[in-house]
Design a protein around this ligand. Sequence first.
Ligand SMILES: [Zn+2]
Length: 84
Amino acid sequence: MKKIMYMLGVVLLLSISATKANDKVVSETLQTDTLKKDDSDPVCKMKVKAGNTRTAVYEKTIYGFCSESCRKKFAIEPKKYIKK
Ligand SMILES: [Zn+2]
């Protein structure tokens, strides 16, 4: 039980620090969808295959990620990784 409480605490802390960065952007980018075509991870530039569900939706575009840590970096500061 203590372990579960600890886990909850960590998740809560993570979400609080993410929320501070930008409340609206984070909640939007943490939506996920299935990647429709092969793409590359906007954070580390690794190839990501179609069908990947480790994704974030930002401004109606689906971005795929190689790992959860890349996805989190993107969710906190998506503009940093998107070139327009
Ligand atoms: Zn990556």
